[in-house]
Design a protein around this ligand. Structure first.
Ligand code: NAD
Length: 308
């Protein structure tokens, strides 16, 4: 299968590497010149679940790819999705499947402006990854990668991608309700990411704080109200808070990605998490004051750090 990875940062390199090892014809696409040069010159240096490897991989800028792909995995940050879709429009054919595993809310709508719904596959992943230097990444996890076709009639297409992910060791799983999984994942990011970034602390310390219960209940109640009204998804607040505490205790002394973004002077995905909930709540005629305040505070922090 001819596969492009549109946005070959931490997760993109990990997926691209394992797909290529499985025999797929993979091209990494990216705009970061130092990263492109490092991989072109030295190969991708990657550590997967503790095992180091160096793999020759094809990488170029999005507009340099000329042929239509069978499948494209998008792995930009949320705010990079629209600009990337504009740059890869020429390699999206009538049957090119576009698979989106980004964190955050609202990506299906963005994709629908560039790809026919029948070709869109949405999902979530619990693999984690990071970039140590240009061309040097690490990738960790055991899955699952949950996927579902955006068009209800296209289950076969999603099952085909699930099969490829499974045989690549990426633990693809077909999801019967990926919208629910996406909202649940957004609750993780909208609580752990946002709070750890604002409080400049690791997950274990934030979750041991005396006010954690009211913070979690407040944020999750707002996510739950919007999920119901906008997407008819039921997120039970108490069950979700218990789930978040379980996840936090298994992750422990870790700085989540939003904290790392600020530490590396990079913009956060807050507008696609708490910001998306606040924006939707205004549109739906309800209130999400906690999510709005968290979004404002994160943007203030970006301003203070000079991040544009
Ligand atoms: P990333 O920041 O590693 O890469 C995204 C883009 O930013 C890539 O094009 C990359 O080349 C570019 N980039 C990264 N560092 C750069 C730098 N210093 N200078 C210039 N460009 C740079 O993003 P990611 O961690 O792969 O995440 C992609 C999506 O997947 C996001 O929506 C994220 O929330 C989600 N996600 C990430 C993880 C994870 O553990 N990394 C886990 C689950 C979901």
């Amino acid at each position: 299968m001819k596969i492009a990875i549109a946005g070959s940062g931490a997760l993109g390199c990990g997926f691209g590497y394992l797909l290529q090892k499985n025999g797929e014809d993979v091209t990494l696409l990216d705009n970061w010149q130092d990263h492109i040069e490092a991989i072109s010159t030295n190969g991708l240096h990657i550590t997967v679940n503790g095992k180091e490897d160096n793999q020759k991989m094809t990488i170029c800028k999005p507009d340099e790819l000329k042929e239509e792909m069978d499948a494209i995995f998008v792995f930009t940050k949320s705010m990079g999705l629209k600009p990337m879709m504009k740059k890869i429009a020429h390699v999206i054919g009538a049957n090119t499947k576009v698979i989106c595993l980004l964190n955050g809310l609202g990506h299906l709508k963005t994709l629908e402006a560039y790809v026919e719904k029948k070709n869109i596959i949405m999902g979530t992943t619990v693999w984690t990854a990071g970039i140590d230097a240009p061309g040097v990444t690490h990738f960790k996890g055991q899955g699952p990668v949950e996927l579902q076709n955006a068009d209800p009639n296209e289950k076969e297409a999603a099952l085909e991608i699930v099969k490829v992910l499974k045989s690549s060791g990426l633990y693809g799983v077909y999801s019967e309700d990926v919208n629910y999984t996406t909202w649940r994942k957004a609750c993780i990011n909208g609580t752990m990411n946002a709070l750890c970034a604002l409080l400049d602390s690791t997950i274990d310390k934030v979750f041991a704080s005396s006010t954690i219960d009211s913070m979690l209940t407040g944020i999750v109640s707002e996510f739950s109200a919007v999920a119901k009204l906008q997407d008819d998804i039921t997120l039970d607040v108490d069950e979700t808070v218990a789930y978040l505490k379980d996840v936090a205790s298994s992750v422990g002394a870790h700085y989540p990605s939003m904290h790392q973004d600020l530490a590396n002077n990079r913009p956060t995905e807050i507008d696609f998490l708490n910001g998306a909930v606040a924006e939707a709540s205004n549109r739906l005629g309800i209130q999400a004051p906690i999510c709005q305040k968290i979004t404002d505070l994160i943007h203030a922090k970006e301003d203070i750090l000079g991040i544009s």
